[in-house]
Design a protein around this ligand. Structure first.
Ligand code: PHE
Length: 523
């Protein structure tokens, strides 16, 4: 067996320094999850209450997992595919599982990236006075469905997105990934702050900001048998689990990316400090994204969604408002691609410009995340086959492009190709064969098996592997390379051995129940 603590491998690529690493990890972490998923979950789960719970989870569970992954990578000088097996033969299967995750995610992430490119392109045409584009976007719902179900366009834009990632990756860790991050990340930050200031200064945005930031305990209550609302442990559990799933996704944990990125980190840099900074950046952008989106969606939903029928149904105008806002925020991809364009249309002459900047911001966020996913695949191919970056990038490009076909045309020509259809053809007539789970489109299915299933499994195995097989001492020694003391060592030990695996298993069980519709578990 190899020695556990490998010295820096001089032939392995590395970041230029601590800032390069922090920027790269933050660039991976900040993505569609921050811009779209965080605001909508916060709106669903009571605003400030959700944000508080999320913050606590980031500095405890998120911290533990991220330190673990980065240390595993730097210690073994390997990407995730080979890192586990190198430490303990027989555990290579965890590496394999964690490599499958980015291989499944990149293709569909790039297809969504392609949708964003399409919107950016359309807004750019509007800004330059193309009347057809303005008319096309006027009914953004029809525009969106028309686009994602077109035979070739979604794949074409997705392919362009994959190609951009490949070009950056082929240039290498320092000259490709680090350099592109240095351009895109500051711009992303500036645009996010700029748009949120613009939105918060719009007349009438105050109510939406309050709704987003002030903790709302109603979301932790459920109506009891006496007809009154009481604090509900089940509601609290759901909020915690929702925040936990979001935290994993947002920090790019449990899919080996941080192992690969950690393997490029210099021994003299401090893991603990880097992790704290990455967490601050990622959380800050998520909160700012909410300030960019929630106030305008709030105003829009109140203006268009509070009908006399809804007031009658919900009992009061206040309740109707909340219902309308929740349903607008819960529109899934429709929130970004249908609702926001409608909101921007109400901004008059500024609208198309806000659209251009907003979608450019989303492109940067999605690109830097997709690059990290793609890099995790390329690094694994390099480490496994001992080949160079160029052929590895080339080979992975074809694999990703091929897999992207399924997600790209899954809403159009292959819209009827689902497991449910296949099962019914095979003669299974039960209600279960028609359930939401078996009726998913390709893209949703890939999203489900990675986020709800494979990621918790890999995360739980990683904690148990480090806590009980490799032992936490190895990780603590690795952290101590870059700093005089590991301040949170005691806390880290308890988290990784006991608390983290237990919490992660809770996510796994709840996600499976939610997706199979067991126990009325729905968000
Ligand atoms: N962390 C990214 C986000 O918030 C998502 C992501 C998922 C990035 C998987 C890389 C890998 O959107």
């Amino acid at each position: 067996m190899d020695s556990k603590n490998t010295d820096q491998n001089p032939s392995r690529a590395s970041w230029s320094g601590q800032i390069g690493f922090i920027l790269a990890a933050a660039a991976s972490a900040i993505g569609l999850g921050n811009l779209w998923r965080f605001p909508y979950l916060a709106a669903q789960y009571g605003g400030g209450t959700f944000i508080l719970i999320y913050l606590v989870l980031v500095v405890t569970l998120g911290f533990t997992l991220m330190v673990t992954e980065i240390a595993l990578g730097r210690m073994t000088q390997q990407s995730q595919l080979t890192a586990y097996g190198k430490l303990q033969p027989g555990f290579g299967f965890v590496g394999l599982l964690s490599t499958i995750i980015p291989v499944i995610i990149v293709p569909y992430y790039c297809v969504i990236g392609g949708w964003v490119l399409k919107y950016f392109w359309t807004y750019l045409r509007i800004v330059f006075g193309n009347q057809n584009a303005t008319e096309a976007l006027a009914d953004s719902g029809a525009f969106f469905t028309g686009f994602i179900s077109a035979p070739f366009a979604p794949f074409g834009f997705g392919l362009l997105f994959i190609l951009i990632c490949a070009l950056v990756i082929v240039l290498g860790v320092k000259d490709g990934i680090e350099r592109s991050n240095k351009i895109m990340m500051p711009l992303l930050f500036a645009m996010a702050v700029g748009i949120s200031i613009y939105v918060c200064c719009l007349p009438g945005s105050g109510e939406g900001i309050k709704y987003y930031l002030i903790p709302n305990m109603d979301s932790l209550r459920a109506v009891g048998e006496d007809g009154a609302a009481h604090f509900s442990l089940a509601q609290l559990g759901k909020t915690i689990l929702g925040a936990m799933g979001q935290m994993f996704y947002s920090l790019s944990l449990a899919m080996g990316i941080m192992i690969t990125y950690g393997s490029y980190m210099r021994k003299e840099d401090s893991i603990e400090k880097c992790v704290r900074r990455i967490e601050i950046f990622d959380t800050l952008i998520a909160i700012v994204a909410g300030l960019m989106i929630i106030p305008v969606v709030y105003m829009f939903a109140v203006k268009t969604g509070v009908t006399p029928e809804l007031i009658a149904q919900t009992g009061s105008e206040e309740a109707a408002k909340l219902t309308a806002v929740k349903s607008a925020m819960n529109a899934g991809p429709g929130l970004m691609f249908v609702t926001l364009p409608k909101v921007f249309a109400g901004f008059g002459a500024a609208g198309p410009w806000v659209g251009v900047f907003f979608f450019l911001l989303v492109i940067f966020a999605a690109l830097t995340s997709a690059i990290s996913l793609y890099e995790a695949c390329v690094a694994s191919v390099c480490d496994l086959l001992h080949i160079d970056r160029k052929p590895a990038t080339f080979f992975t490009f074809f694999l990703i492009a091929f897999l992207a076909v399924f997600s790209a045309i899954g809403y159009g020509a292959w819209g009827k190709v689902t497991m449910s259809a296949a099962l019914q053809n095979m003669g299974f007539a039960g209600e279960w064969a028609k359930s939401a789970f078996f009726s998913m489109q390709f893209l949703d299915f890939f999203d489900f098996i990675t986020n709800s299933f494979l990621m918790p499994i890999v995360a739980a195995f990683t904690c148990l592997f480090v806590g009980w097989v490799v032992k936490t001492k190895a990780i603590e020694d690795e952290v101590l390379h870059g700093e005089a003391k590991f301040a949170a060592a005691g806390f880290y030990r308890v988290m990784v051995k006991f608390i983290a695996p237990a919490l992660i298993l809770a996510i796994l069980v709840s996600e499976i129940c939610r997706n199979l519709g067991i126990g009325g578990w729905k968000i």
